[in-house]
Design a protein around this ligand. Structure first.
Ligand code: SAM
Length: 216
């Protein structure tokens, strides 16, 4: 019997979106904005620093930022930063990038990079837009070196017409569980760790959650 995939775990309609037009239509115009507030951005940068995926150690690091834009939230640029997203102008404006790839992961979830060629794979506030997330994360596992982290971060803001229905209608705990399930189904990773990276009480800013797993 084959291992369970997303179709065996998530109900029919889970990956439907209100806007089913090709993603190239929606992401055609560049959006040179920040999608989360300053506190949430700082939480992402802190996490990357803690995991030593940025360039602060001075060690060579080849990092892949999936579903990227003009900003990758790394305090110090790694020696190599490959940014992959839908909009060429956004990626061109990313000052830390050393390589830019325009690709639609919903049309084709395969990554064009060799096996075990990255020290980290990042995906910030974007995993909710994937209609084949398990296949994309299986590819992330393939391109990561053993022990290297996959870092998924997300908040509660989104482009609602492009987010998959199952995510859109889940609460915040549910979204953490969904992201962790994607990672488990992808295979090749240790148990994902879920954390809330912004304060839990009396906090008025955008929450920032992380799901981190290391390549086996
Ligand atoms: C909310 S923005 C987040 C951008 C960036 N990661 C950040 O932290 O600001 C969502 C990003 O996902 C990318 N994206 C959306 N659908 C995609 C797809 N099908 N394939 C690849 N990238 C996609 C878009 O290019 C867009 O920049």
């Amino acid at each position: 019997m084959s291992e369970p995939g997303a179709q065996d775990v998530f109900p029919p309609g889970f990956f439907a979106r209100e806007d089913e037009r090709t993603d190239a239509t929606f992401y055609g115009p560049p959006r040179l904005v920040t999608h989360i507030d300053d506190g949430a951005v700082a939480a992402v940068s802190d996490l990357y620093a803690e995991l030593a995926v940025d360039g602060s150690s001075g060690e060579p690091r080849r990092v892949l930022d999936l579903m990227s834009s003009w900003i990758s939230h790394l305090r110090v640029a790694p020696s190599e930063l490959v940014v992959l997203g839908m909009n060429a102008a956004e990626l061109e404006a990313n000052p830390q990038a050393t390589e830019r790839v325009v690709a639609d992961l919903n049309a084709d979830p395969r990554l064009t990079f060799p096996d075990a060629s990255f020290d980290a794979v990042l995906c910030c506030v974007s995993v909710d837009y994937l209609v084949r997330p398990v296949e994309v994360l299986r590819e992330a596992a393939r391109v990561l070196r053993p022990g290297a982290p996959l870092v998924l971060t997300f908040s509660n803001r989104c482009f609602p017409t492009k987010v998959v229905a199952g995510w859109l209608y889940a609460d915040e705990d549910g979204r953490c569980a969904i992201a962790a399930t994607y990672v488990r189904l992808a295979g090749g990773f240790g148990e994902p760790e879920i954390s809330l990276r912004t304060p839990a009480h009396r906090y008025r800013g955008d929450p920032l959650y992380a799901v981190v797993a290391r390549r086996l």
